[in-house]
Design a protein around this ligand. Structure first.
Ligand SMILES: O=P(O)(O)OC[C@H]1O[C@H](OP(=O)(O)OP(=O)(O)O)[C@H](O)[C@@H]1O
Ligand SMILES: [Mg+2]
Length: 179
């Protein structure tokens, strides 16, 4: 698996440091608000687990699985719900936890969905933001790292379901994509 990596873009230590900083900001922002923290599976599962451990105020959690990439590096443009939330969001302060915003399609779909379900407020924390990929204009409220126009893997992010378990963020060798 490590042999498929061309370059490490962000180290494990850098990620852990930034996650702590985001946790501190979110702990201030959500004091006394009992937010519903929503993990967007699968990509955000490692970020979610690390993030909630450094949030010091009470939160509730739920999980939603959506997919639009499949085994490619380009969004299919169709966001499919694989698993919906278990709890209602109406009247709740919702924090969406994403691993990456690329085209913005996944997030715009989710925000619209949660708005229609009458969430009291919707904010987004993303660990990675790739502004060069955007096809719809939107920004996260909290961002870990702005990344260049590369397809990244590791720390939950996959290419064709592989590499999610790398502890750092890397870029694959070009021959892996053309296999
Ligand atoms: O801004 P976008 O272009 O929509 O891309 C971002 C989304 O794409 C990835 O999910 P994917 O569809 O690959 O599902 P996965 O999380 O199960 O890997 C990623 O985890 C984000 O949720
Ligand atoms: Mg994926």
């Amino acid at each position: 698996m490590q042999n498929d990596i061309q370059e490490i873009l962000i180290s494990e230590e850098e990620i852990q440091q930034r996650v702590k900083e985001l946790g501190a900001k979110l702990s201030d922002a959500y004091e006394g608000r009992n937010p519903l923290v929503i993990c967007v599976l699968k990509g955000a599962f490692i970020f979610m687990a690390d993030l909630v451990k450094v949030i010091t105020v009470p939160v509730e959690m739920d999980f939603m699985a959506v997919s639009s990439y499949g085994a490619t590096t380009k969004s299919s443009g169709v966001v499919k719900i694989i698993k919906d939330l278990d709890v209602p969001v109406d009247g709740r302060h919702v924090l969406i936890v994403e691993d990456i915003i690329d085209s913005g399609l996944t997030l715009s779909y989710l925000i619209e969905l949660l708005r229609n379900r009458n969430a009291a407020s919707i904010s987004v924390v993303t660990l990675f933001d790739k502004p060069a990929g955007r096809t719809v204009s939107l920004e996260a409220d909290y961002t870990g790292f702005v990344i260049p126009d590369e397809f990244i893997v590791g720390y939950g992010l996959d290419y064709a379901e592989k590499y999610r378990n790398l502890p750092y963020i890397g870029v694959l060798k070009p021959e892996i994509y053309s296999k």
